[in-house]
Write a protein that binds this ligand. Structure first.
Ligand code: WTA
Length: 678
């Protein structure tokens, strides 16, 4: 077996390039990943081929064996596992390490507490910078234990779901880990969701307990978190207890018997709570993500497999070492926050960050002030934040030292080369590795990514699958794998990996239909992808109507709009936006009997936007709502979203074949509306 073949078989994908391809826009591993100037030597350096071949020698070419070795090495178990993996995509019943027992909270906290209880677990960067502080592993363990004991005193048992509706307070990590400690399944709802969205998610997983805060703080503003909870809970008959964290300390309504203050309850219980041994396959959390039918899906993650993915990707994708200070700027309410604020860094025993503010509060220097103040080694954010900062001007970043940084991550959507270069030049000062990490709620951890110190990068390409990820591109028409380079199709996985979501809560059929059935034998990511002539992967975006960024489904926005009493029909499409990557545009027709009663069109648009904010959350409001006389439809009545997408993209003169349209006249009406209103 040649060296190249060996590597290919471990990686289960097209081999990593043998030599660095010739290209102007190719970035070799940067200076700060060479283990010089007192910086740590990378786990995997440019000699990654030797590293990969070493595995093959020790564990063989099967990636399951690699996962198995890593599971033993990286996680602490009460009972060792015997079987590595059972099941596959065909039966949709994937299990990893089934006989093993362990506890997530123990792995994130106790073992590091015993090693060094004073080490900083969390940097809490408060909205007002001078309110920031550090929380040690000891303090986090005590706070987590207390919350766990409160949950226990309320009768929360192994397997019960607990809702967490918390903004970016450090106690969100304690809330997650408290659930895990007693074997409860946390179901976090992003605190930007409306009361109605919260209500649906709380009811869907039948929570009896909800954890929240009095108010939130972000960008100098106060958010009435508890008031949203109160509105949601009017229709959540099962909720008996609400634990309320005092964040601002302002007066908020309290429902006697139901609502209890976090600090008061925690003061009544011991500061240590033993961990409940959990089976590898016991669910760790539920996280709702958009569904193309409009109803969100409760994606369920397992304990051991998820933890392993979180651990390994933090270690290798970010090349994290024990003294590092990792800062993921996502929200804890999304998967990126779960894996890269809470679980991944804490499993590795490093310092993580809960960043309460925004990149531009009080000024567009906020990230850079933060990095210099704490000497952060890693920054992980989304292209939309990078584009926003780029637009604010380089003067906000130029005068900062930023020499502590080694790896800069990007996630959430494809990063356009301009933003990549800005990130590299100004934040990285051309000395950091940029990792464009592709993954999704359902993958649990990063799936396709460069390895800093090892893989040369191309701006805009997520490069290669992570170790053990058997990812490929297939032709969506034939379902066949597209061999070789210079191909484009849809992205699939050919083999399960440990942090794969196991099911959709109480709807396994939907899980199978969404991910396993579209291309039998494969897991379908839902994204288009291409492989270039050097074998590099380029992610092209969702092919199912979801809008990137907040992973909003256009169907969800349509469902929200249709709830308005006057709306007859609606079609929502995503289109390019310079800052947010994609923005949502809505087209609405009103019922003929709906009487505008003198309401101006602009006011009605506003009313409809409020409707979406109310049903989903403020972040989901369309950029523009067009009231039109009719929607373009086929003769059989199917709405032709393709045409709407082209018109908002400014390609109204290239609509192609319109022969299937029932009434071509509507196109002109829509074109003139868009031209006048965009
Ligand atoms: C998109 C977020 C291109 C993709 C972790 C995916 C990306 C969806 C990238 C998942 C990237 C995420 N390059 N596209 N580096 N990262 N995406 O579930 O369309 O909120 O399917 O998980 O974001 O969004 P989700």
């Amino acid at each position: 077996m040649s060296a190249t073949e060996t590597v290919a078989s471990v990686h289960h994908v097209h081999p990593l390039p043998d030599s660095v391809p010739e290209s102007e826009d190719l970035f070799a591993p940067p200076p700060r990943l060479k283990g010089q100037d007192g910086r740590p030597k990378p786990h995997i350096g440019p000699d990654y081929k030797a590293y990969l071949n070493e595995w093959v020698k020790t564990v063989g070419p099967d990636s399951d064996q690699w996962w198995s070795e890593k599971a033993k090495e990286c996680l602490d178990w009460y009972t060792p596992f015997k079987t590595v993996r059972a099941g596959g995509f065909e039966d949709g019943d994937v299990q990893w390490f089934p006989e093993g027992t362990l506890n997530a909270s123990y792995n994130c906290l106790d073992r590091h507490y015993y090693a060094n209880s004073d080490k900083t677990a969390i940097i809490y960067e408060a909205d007002e910078a001078d309110e920031s502080r550090e929380i040690s592993y000891g303090e986090l363990l005590r706070e987590t234990s207390r919350v766990a004991n409160v949950l226990k005193s309320w009768g929360v048992k192994k397997g019960d779901a607990v809702s967490v509706y918390l903004p970016m307070t450090w106690q969100a990590a304690a809330a997650f880990l408290a659930c895990a400690r007693v074997g409860a399944v946390h179901s976090a709802v992003f605190a930007g969701f409306s009361a109605e969205s919260l209500r649906d998610r709380v009811n869907d997983c039948e929570c009896r307990v909800l954890i929240t805060t009095d108010e939130g703080r972000r960008g100098g503003k106060t958010i009435a978190t508890k008031a949203i909870v109160d509105a949601a809970l009017k229709d959540c008959p099962l909720v008996e207890h609400v634990l309320v964290l005092r964040r601002t300390g302002n007066d908020v309504p309290i429902t006697k018997g139901r609502d209890k203050w976090w600090d008061e309850e925690c003061a009544k219980v011991p500061a240590y709570c033993p961990c409940e041994p959990m089976s590898s396959e016991d669910p760790l959390f539920i996280l709702y993500t958009s569904g193309s039918t409009g109803k969100p899906k409760g994606v369920v993650h397992s304990t051991a497999g998820y933890l392993l993915g979180a651990y390994l990707t933090v270690k290798y994708v970010f090349d994290v070492h024990s003294d590092d200070k990792f800062a993921c700027m996502a929200d804890v309410g999304w998967i990126t926050g779960h894996t890269y604020i809470v679980y991944g860094p804490l499993l590795n025993g490093v310092t993580t960050t809960v960043f309460e503010s925004t990149p531009i509060y009080p000024t567009a220097s906020r990230y850079w002030d933060f990095v210099d103040k704490w000497k952060a080694t890693h920054l992980y954010t989304a292209p939309t934040a990078i584009r926003l900062l780029r637009r604010m001007g380089e003067e906000h970043v130029k005068n900062h030292d930023l020499s502590s940084l080694r790896v800069l991550g990007s996630v959430g959507e494809p990063i356009n080369p301009e933003a990549w270069h800005w990130y590299n030049d100004f934040a990285g000062k051309n000395q950091c590795a940029i990792v464009d990490t592709y993954w999704m709620t359902e993958t649990g951890s990063i799936a396709v990514t460069p390895l800093p110190g090892a893989i040369s990068t191309k701006p805009g390409s997520a490069t290669f699958p992570f170790f053990g990820m058997d990812v490929d591109i297939i032709d969506p028409q034939t379902g066949k794998v597209l061999e070789g380079n210079d191909v484009e199709g849809v992205l699939v996985a050919k083999k399960p990996w440990p942090s794969l979501a196991r099911t959709v809560f109480r709807d396994h059929k939907r899980y199978l239909e969404t991910y396993m059935k579209p291309y039998p034998g494969y897991f379908f990511f839902g994204d288009g992808a291409a492989r270039d002539s050097d074998g590099y992967l380029w992610i092209k975006g969702r092919v199912d109507g979801d809008v990137s960024g907040h992973r909003l489904s256009t169907a969800e926005v349509e469902s929200a709009l249709i709830l308005h009493k006057g709306v007859a029909e609606t079609a929502v499409v995503g289109s390019h936006d310079d800052i947010t990557g994609q923005a949502v545009y809505a087209f609405v027709t009103m019922k003929p009997e709906f009487d505008l009663q003198g309401t101006k069109e602009a006011d009605l648009s506003k009313e409809l936007a409020i409707q979406v904010r109310k049903v989903i959350g403020p972040f989901a409001a369309p950029k523009k709502i067009f009231l039109v006389s009719d929607l373009p439809k086929t003769r059989s009545g199917k709405i032709m979203r393709r045409i709407l997408r082209k018109i908002v993209a400014g390609e109204g003169d290239q609509l192609g074949d319109l022969s299937s349209i029932a009434d071509p006249g509507v196109v002109d009406d829509i074109k003139s509306k868009v031209a006048g209103g965009k």
